[in-house]
Design a protein around this ligand. Structure first.
Ligand SMILES: [Zn+2]
Length: 227
């Protein structure tokens, strides 16, 4: 395999990932400084959206750490980072609404979310053994491990692929609900929410591209070693 091919399959997705991460951080930092006219905090926005959708069994909780916000479908907990929970900026309200989008998907039995939940155990197993597989394959030249690596990246790729409609749908729900409920105004406020959520969506695209790159790379490496 040529170095150019390695760069294309591994380097370019990696750079894309860093760039996407940078975009999220900068969009978040920009719109964290812009207060929403409604003056509602992320936690308030989340509770109102859930209530409005008739969801009474999801708890909104504060967690430590920056941008660790997520919806936990198993425990029905909507976890918002300190920054998002207590803050009434456009960025915070947008992220809180996005997580509510996942709770709404759960309530409505949105098929891609269910599918994603089902393959979480396989994905966790694949990402746990992957470092050992890579280590064994490259340092000890155990070529049989390439096939195990291919299986791991195939699982991760499928997971990242299913993640895409789940994330895009949650953001679309968030954008329209924020408008409908008047939590975010049209024009500048709405475009701020779009900027934050679209940047976040890009990181999921980058994760998918990285998984595809790694998978193709290992498939080519196995073909080369078979020669
Ligand atoms: Zn999400």
């Amino acid at each position: 395999m040529t170095f150019e091919l390695y760069l294309l399959l591994i380097g370019v997705p990696l750079a894309f990932g860093f760039w996407a991460q940078f975009r999220v951080t900068s969009a978040f930092n920009t719109y964290k400084r812009v207060p929403a006219a409604s003056g509602i905090t992320g936690a308030d926005a989340a509770r109102r959206i859930l209530l409005n959708a008739g969801i009474n069994d999801v708890e909104v909780v504060e967690i430590n750490g920056m941008l660790g916000d997520h919806y936990d479908p198993t425990d029905k907990r909507l976890c918002l980072s300190t920054d998002v929970y207590n803050d009434s900026s456009i960025a915070s309200v947008g992220i809180a609404a996005h997580e509510c989008g996942h709770a709404l998907q759960h309530q409505k039995n949105y098929a891609p979310l269910n599918l994603r939940m089902q393959i979480v155990p396989a994905t966790q197993f694949a990402s746990q053994i992957l470092p050992f597989v890579i280590l064994g394959g490259f340092f000890f030249h155990m070529t049989g491990l390439i096939t195990v690596g291919i299986a791991c990246y195939a699982v991760l790729m499928v997971f990242q692929l299913i993640t895409l409609p789940v994330e895009f749908d949650a953001s679309n729900r968030a954008k329209s609900i924020l408008q409908q409920m008047g939590i975010i105004g049209p024009g500048e406020e709405a475009s701020g929410v779009n900027a934050v959520l679209n940047a976040a969506a890009l990181t999921y695209v980058a994760a998918f591209v990285a998984a595809v790159g790694n998978l193709v790379y290992l498939l080519l490496a196995r073909r080369d070693s078979d020669r």
